[in-house]
Design a protein around this ligand. Structure first.
Ligand SMILES: [Zn+2]
Length: 173
């Protein structure tokens, strides 16, 4: 069994089995990691309060079969406005790819356009994938593409896209 201790941002949390929680974490050392916190949903679980999405935590992970979260200590919390960034990272990142540039960006005051740039989707050079509009404001995770407001499909869930603030244009970032 290997053990890791690293800082992490909690991207997503979902219930599995009777009392367990499955977490998606973006870690400093290991990049994106999926881990199970056994019994985290039992009353009095000591892990549970530390693994809410947006939390910046120090985690202890044990690799046995999959990754198990064995300890967590919350150090801080990202601002609520970054909830869309969590969904973005959870969708577009591959697991197990460490990225020091992304980690240092996420742990300072950042904006969505900077995150998209570091991920290789610089909004400054984006055009609407559907109509060619040079000012698309929506980034769709699934297809990793930009669309303008006119071309965004109606039937799309809040978990599937982020919207850039208006007037993110060359030279204004
Ligand atoms: Zn368009």
């Amino acid at each position: 069994m290997r053990e890791y201790v690293t800082e992490a941002i909690v991207l997503k949390k979902e219930p599995v089995r009777e009392f367990d929680t499955r977490l998606s974490l973006y870690t400093r050392e290991l990049g994106k990691v999926r881990a199970v916190a056994t019994s985290a949903r039992k009353p009095l679980s000591k892990l549970s309060p530390h693994v809410e999405p947006l939390s910046i935590v120090e985690v202890r992970l044990a690799e046995k079969g999959g990754m198990q979260l064995t300890d967590a200590l919350r150090k801080g919390t990202l601002p609520k406005k970054h909830i869309g960034v969590l969904a973005l990272l959870d969708t577009v990142l591959e697991t197990g790819e460490r990225d020091d540039r992304l980690w240092s960006l996420l742990t300072r005051d950042f904006n969505l356009a900077e995150v998209l740039s570091v991920l290789g989707f610089d909004p400054n050079f984006a055009v609407c994938e559907s109509c060619g509009n040079a000012e698309p404001d929506t980034f769709l995770f699934k297809d990793a593409e930009y669309l303008c407001a006119r071309c965004v499909p109606y039937a799309i869930s809040r978990e599937e896209y982020v919207v850039l603030p208006p007037r993110v244009k060359p030279g204004i970032l």
